[in-house]
Unconditional design. Sequence first.
Length: 81
Amino acid sequence: MANGDTAAGTSVDLRYRVEGMDCSGCALKIEGAVEQIGGAEDIQVNYKTQTLEFRLNEATTPRSAVEEKIRGLGYGVAALA
């Protein structure tokens, strides 16, 4: 994934550690929640490494919206470099 421009604005590639995600059901739940927010593409969730990666159009959706959504599901979330 690489940062780039989209027709609607600038997109950024984000990577998070998701604490408490320990099964494929958790991963699917998180993926579905991120999809519902909108503005996210190329969503990849891996419960074995507890990571979430995706491209976000920050012109339409702030990072905080994704973070709050994941926390609302009961998981811890922290940005990775």
